[in-house]
Design a protein around this ligand. Sequence first.
Ligand code: ADP
Ligand code: MG
Length: 350
Amino acid sequence: MNSRKIPHILLIAALGASLFYASSCSHAQEKIVEDSRFFMGTVVQIKVSIDPAKYGEVRAKDAIGRAFDEIKRIEDIYSVYKDESEISRINRLRKNERLQISDGVFNLIRKTLDYSERTGGAFDITVKPLVDLWSGVKKANKLPDEYELKRALGRVGFKSVVLDEVARTIHFKKDKMSIDLGGAAKGYASDRAVRVLEENGIDNALVNSGGDMYCLGKRTAHELWKVGVQHPRDRNRTFLEIRLKDRAIDTSGDYERYFTIDGKRYSHIIDPRTGYPIGDDVVSASVIAPDSTTADILATAMCILGEKGFDIIKKSGGIDAVLVTEKAGRLTVKMSEGIRKSYDISEEKL
Ligand code: ADP
Ligand code: MG
């Protein structure tokens, strides 16, 4: 799993200040109960909106705790940093060696393969050999040579991942393949956490796994959850606010995680078709979708596809996107039609 670098101070503040911090909100009846924890290299924040007369605060805290337990379970399964995680076991498979996997992992991999197909290979979990190559590049501060790049590229390709629906196994058709679900796992974790909250009788909540958000129900009887999309060049500002209900939103971009060599920026998102990190013309992509896993996958894919990604957004009903690009220092925002049509938004010029 990927690790977004969050300063320790921020983590301590998030944990210390919010340990079951509860605040009353504008409408007299509802109460927001919230907590944050550090998982998957990022801060996960959960807010639930309750009517204390019907659903006690202690119960709400308990439900949030269970949602965090679920995210911890997801992290243990999907982390590529844990030797015994299910993903690490998959990554030790040799060519044509089969491994039976859990339903959760099977279904998530199947979903990512479906999106690899739809995005023409822009989103591809078999990108890991390239992710590893570029993480070595970052450490050594030296660009890879053609040979290294070709060798890593040769180990990539979603079409060489085989899922057996009956036996519930996975195998690779090539040697030395490996997968990285970092582009989808935080969204998936948000979806799972929401499911646990619902199972515990929560109807209104916001789960934010390091930017992968799901808005369940409403914030109060009279207002929806309001989500701000960060200004790409000023992390203290938002340039778009959008009100959501039963929708996920996720933003991927070059402004959070990148490194530089000789003054050039290299993103953590890699184009599996070329082997290179994406260029700097796409600044960020935000995707709104019915579930957080889809939003996470498509936000990453949009960063690679740029404007062409809108064709895929158009074809996938119920999904919208906001793309910020940069040319000669000028930022441009492009939105799919549904953003203004279907949502209540406030915009600021970039
Ligand atoms: P963030 O973690 O910043 O929200 P993303 O959701 O865009 O970022 O995921 C980026 C992560 O996805 C990378 O750190 C890497 O692990 C993985 N990744 C990079 N390129 C691709 C790709 N083309 N397809 C699928 N996953 C990718
Ligand atoms: Mg993503």
